[in-house]
Ligand binder design. Structure first.
Ligand code: CTP
Ligand code: CA
Length: 220
């Protein structure tokens, strides 16, 4: 019904969205992760479907149900997200990377639970692949690539660096230190940066934020 009542400005487009955190296992009982709830990415997937898009949602572990009409592919680790996203990126007209990918994973994963007396207080870590950087390298003509940036200070400078380095068309900077923005919050306030424009969105619910972001993407 929501689809019937909404302007179909994304009809015929395939939108690939990533959402949630990734989990990097230490042993069968423990993992490294971050505070992402997945709410922003799921709101984008829901809003894009309502606007007529075919939506593929690559999701890390979250407590959320898949929005109606959306095809969800569930992953755990950054490496799995990397593989799944690259398998589907060629068919996407628009890619929106709102997932909070873990930058590092434990160098090795123990098959059995490590006992607390044995666990090394210095965990050795290796860097995960940067999915968005790779998507920027492979970007096809006409494809739109949208990244997120989680920042607690110097929002505009840090966002501009990532916009350029990752070859993005647009970056949505999230203030993760704000009281009503970013991780786990129901609302958000994004700073949108493209090559030619800076736009501060209002503080509002995540579904409304998703629609404002899609308005901007449609205008690109
Ligand atoms: N990202 C990604 N793969 C990674 C790390 C990040 O695809 N291994 C993507 C995120 O999905 C997001 C964007 O890159 O769209 C920016 O993520 P962020 O964590 O803000 O930036 P990083 O480049 O990881 O830099 P840092 O964490 O040091 O600020
Ligand atoms: Ca990061």
């Amino acid at each position: 019904l929501a689809r019937a009542l909404t302007q179909q400005d994304l009809a015929g487009k395939t939108v690939l969205v990533t959402a949630g955190p990734t989990r990097e296992p230490i042993d069968p009982a423990r993992f490294l992760s971050n505070r992402s709830s997945g709410k922003m990415g799921y709101a984008i997937a829901r809003a894009a479907f309502r606007r007529g898009a075919k939506v593929i949602l690559v999701s890390g572990p979250t407590a959320l149900t898949c929005p109606a009409g959306v095809k969800r592919l569930e992953v755990q680790t950054a490496q799995e997200m990397y593989e799944t996203v690259l398998q589907h990126s060629e068919q996407a007209d628009i890619i929106i990377k709102s997932a909070a990918v873990a930058d590092y994973r434990p160098g090795e994963q123990a098959v059995h639970k490590v006992k607390k007396e044995e666990i090394s207080p210095a965990l050795s870590l290796v860097q995960n692949p940067d999915i968005l950087l790779e998507l920027g390298r492979r970007k096809k003509k006409g494809q739109l690539l949208i990244g997120f940036a989680a920042e607690s200070r110097r929002l505009r400078e840090e966002g501009e660096k990532k916009l350029k380095r990752k070859n993005l068309d647009l970056i949505a900077v999230n203030n993760i230190s704000g009281e009503n923005t970013g991780f786990e919050s129901e609302s958000n306030q994004l700073l949108l940066l493209s090559k030619s424009r800076v736009e501060q969105l209002p503080l509002t619910g995540k579904l409304h934020t998703a629609d404002l972001l899609l308005d901007r993407i449609c205008s690109l």
